[in-house]
Design a protein around this ligand. Sequence first.
Ligand code: GRF
Length: 213
Amino acid sequence: MKESKLKNIAVLASGRGSNFQAILTKIEEQVIPARIVCVISDNPQPPVFQIATAAGIPTHWLNRKQFATPEAYADFFLDLLKHYHTDLVVLAGYLKLIPAPVVRQFAGAILNIHPALLPNFGGQGYYGLKVHEAVLAAGVRVTGVTIHFVDEHYDTGAIIHQEKVPVLTGDTPESLAARVLTVEHRIYPQIIKAWCEGQIQLIDRKVVWHKTI
Ligand code: GRF
């Protein structure tokens, strides 16, 4: 793999970091032609920072509350991403909205993963086990994983890929979350690889695939 072709990925994560780990593994295996340049979190000491630090990846705590104005926050966010020559921003369990100037500058280059089939069971407040609790409360028999481009709102950006996961009799939010997470770990690295290889683009708010996975 030629070093010059590697894409620079900034990962945004609020907590555990199991998707981060899955992506990092595929990068280390040279399946994804990229390097992770930094991990940014709205939390000061999330578990994901421990994984990043062990892998020698710089971490940054970045929170709106650290800044006097939304503009100062957005400017710092953009400067940080540019400092690392970021090509792609990957949200992996990141709970905050991305500032609009960052969304504009990185249009078509910010990905998110959601543990349900959007547009259902998404939006503000649908995170973690709450998503799976809502799926079980609704009584649907199928849930899944959605990977989408990020816009200025929660979970509304153009959908790149979805995969179904069955809801089984007797499922708890925890058992369902675990089944969904297995699929997340498999398909997020695949989509990130496809993006890095130039197979996926966002054109006029629509996803264009140049080759299917
Ligand atoms: C995942 O379920 C992901 O779909 C959602 O947040 C969770 C993050 O888990 N956006 P982890 O931190 O990657 O383990």
